[in-house]
Design a binder for this molecule. Structure first.
Ligand code: SF4
Ligand code: SF4
Length: 301
């Protein structure tokens, strides 16, 4: 299987581990069983919520900032790390661990996860991992398979509760996270990157803002001339003004249009005409300038 990645993203699992998983780990389908349980009675309870890399998707940030009742900008400032690396293709956002000795997750409490209903995708998935093969443009659907991540200190595998992969995915509420993850992958695994495309810093910033900093993106949508220049259904516009999921849907469409040139957002006809008019005027002015220069040249003795 070529061109594979380990969810949540292709750059997020170190290459050696990724190769090992793809080569050696047993592949699980939806009906394959496993035995696992995690509850306050296990001796390792809460031990896996410290000093851990949790990669956040745009939907993770949306759910967490809503849960906490803060804006996306506040969430990113307080709870996220956004490492900047040279030649980075797409933004990477990590949950920032605390500065206590154990580097605990900021949401960890003695009773367990303090944001349990809105915990991020990786926290829901464990002990499952997911490997995804990229779809091809001709409609071929890449292979996906699950595998078990057995952390050494995790006593959950000694418990007797039985699951199938399908039961686990349903029980942990992973469905909407996967749907949003698929939509985001259309951006992060866009064919633009396959052809060696690299986003300049300002476009990378736009991708980050639109997908992760939704409250800032909302201001951009409603306080710029965007809605005057593009045809967006009126009901959708209203929904975007208060509904974060609607806004995130529009953000993905906007990025596909503005960064990758897909026809996902349509310019208004009057705006197109106005632009054509301005271009024609500029050309006419440039032609007139050239004519004046040429005449002056002839007149020079
Ligand atoms: S978000 Fe919850 S489950 Fe995830 S690391 Fe933090 S405390 Fe643990
Ligand atoms: S290490 Fe395993 S069993 Fe222990 S708290 Fe974490 S997930 Fe649960």
């Amino acid at each position: 299987m070529n061109d594979e990645s380990i969810a949540p993203g292709p750059d997020e699992v170190p290459g050696q581990l990724r190769d090992k998983i793809l080569a050696d780990y047993p592949r699980l389908g939806p009906d394959d069983p496993f035995t696992f349980d995690c509850h306050p009675g296990v001796s390792c309870f809460n031990c896996c919520c410290s000093d851990v890399n949790i990669f956040l998707s745009p939907y993770d940030v949306l759910r967490l900032k809503r849960r906490l009742g803060i804006t996306s900008s506040e969430f990113l400032d307080r709870y996220a790390l956004v490492p900047i690396q040279k030649d980075m293709k797409t933004p990477v956002v990590l949950l920032k661990m605390g500065d206590d000795e154990r580097k605990s997750c900021p949401f960890l409490t003695a009773e367990g996860c303090g944001v349990y209903g809105d915990r991020p995708w990786p926290c829901r998935m464990y002990p499952l991992g997911l490997a995804v093969q990229k779809d091809t443009p001709d409609g071929w659907r890449g292979e996906r398979f699950y595998f078990l991540l057995r952390e050494r200190e995790c006593k959950g595998f000694g418990e007797s509760r039985e699951w199938t992969v399908r039961d686990w995915v349903e029980n942990q509420g992973i469905g909407p996270y996967d749907e949003w993850g698929e939509a985001y992958k259309e951006l992060t695994l866009h064919e633009f990157f396959d052809h060696g495309g690299v986003l300049p810093p300002e476009k990378l910033e736009m991708l980050f803002t639109a997908c992760y900093d939704l409250d800032r993106f909302r201001r951009f949508v409603f306080e710029s001339t965007l809605l005057e220049r593009f045809e967006v259904d009126e009901d959708f516009v209203e929904e975007m003004s208060y509904d974060d999921e609607a806004l995130l849907r529009f953000a993905f469409l906007w990025i596909r249009f503005s960064l990758f040139g897909e026809p996902t957002v349509r310019p208004r006809e009057d705006a197109v005409q106005a632009i054509r008019g301005r271009v024609a005027e500029q050309k006419a002015r440039a032609a007139a300038r050239e004519e004046v220069t040429a005449t002056a040249g002839k007149a020079t003795p």
